[in-house]
Design a protein around this ligand. Structure first.
Ligand SMILES: Cc1cc2nc3c(=O)[nH]c(=O)nc-3n(C[C@H](O)[C@H](O)[C@H](O)COP(=O)(O)OP(=O)(O)OC[C@H]3O[C@@H](n4cnc5c(N)ncnc54)[C@H](O)[C@@H]3O)c2cc1C
Length: 232
């Protein structure tokens, strides 16, 4: 929530215009410009067009939706359906965050937005994975997320984690946050999740960016500056 508010303030200070609850369907070139086809999420039958010189596709798990619907070649990406449990911790852990890292371990962190703790596990947070390989086998990540039956793996997370910290057995399960995590196939082995930047991808002015880590936002500005797409 804090990051969101900081970004909203920066957007407003910079005078950026933005539209929310709009789905980008596709991008095509038209008279040396790019034409972005957009539809309001609550009124899918309505189609609008936005003309632009440069378009940045930063839609994370949905990057290949815009790409395939624009008749461009798919970018190989891997997706994981992930679960982070939300729990009430015993009083002794209320103000504490614990991460055991560098292996198949776990993390229990304060989650102030819900006044709970998140509980994730390297082995059990990812439920299963799939890859974008070609257009024929492409799976729309958001649609898949909406359609599937989500069964919590919290019991397994707890069973393992309490071997290291027995007091965790006093946690009370409240809810789970489900998300699709997107990673580059090449970073499978080391969790480095580097940035993917494809300038002029199939269309002049159409750029695709996949940031595998939140702080990639800083790397991408440097990369874009080097390409000369923006100044300053
Ligand atoms: C479970 C999980 C744990 C993670 N843990 C960490 C971590 O510990 N540290 C870390 O640095 N990173 C972590 N990440 C990765 C981090 O969340 C991402 O790198 C980051 O959110 C990417 O930012 P983004 O702005 O590129 O994409 P997002 O934040 O995913 O934003 C993409 C936006 O595009 C919108 N969108 C999609 N399709 C369309 C469309 N067709 N039209 C219009 N809008 C569209 C989506 O609704 C979304 O709002 C984690 C990710 C997951 C899923």
């Amino acid at each position: 929530m804090k990051l969101k508010n900081i970004m909203l303030k920066r957007i407003e200070d910079a005078g950026v215009q933005y539209k929310l609850n709009q789905k980008v369907l596709s991008v095509k070139s038209s008279n040396n410009k790019l034409l972005v086809q957009v539809s309001p999420t609550k009124k899918e039958s309505e189609i609008n067009y936005i003309e632009a010189d440069e378009v940045f596709n930063c839609t994370y798990a949905m990057i290949n939706q815009i790409i395939t619907d624009s008749s461009l070649d798919i970018i190989p990406l891997k997706h994981e359906l992930t679960e982070m449990a939300l729990v009430t911790v015993p009083d002794e852990l209320k103000d504490t965050g614990i991460t055991i890292m560098d292996g198949p371990f776990f993390s229990v962190m304060p989650f102030p937005a819900r006044d709970l703790h998140s509980f994730s596990h390297v082995r059990y947070t990812p439920h299963y994975e799939w890859s974008d390989i070609d257009k024929e086998h492409y799976r729309d990540a958001h649609r898949h997320y909406d359609e599937i039956n989500k069964r919590s793996a919290y019991a397994y997370m707890l069973q393992d984690a309490k071997r290291y910290l027995p007091i965790l057995s006093e946690c009370k399960y409240e809810d789970s946050i489900w998300e699709v995590k997107t990673i580059l196939p090449l970073s499978e082995s080391n969790d480095s999740r580097p940035i993917l930047f494809k300038p002029n991808y199939g269309l002049k002015g159409f750029h695709t960016i996949m940031g595998g880590k939140i702080d990639n936002i800083y790397d991408v500005i440097e990369v874009i500056k080097k390409t000369g797409l923006i100044n300053g």
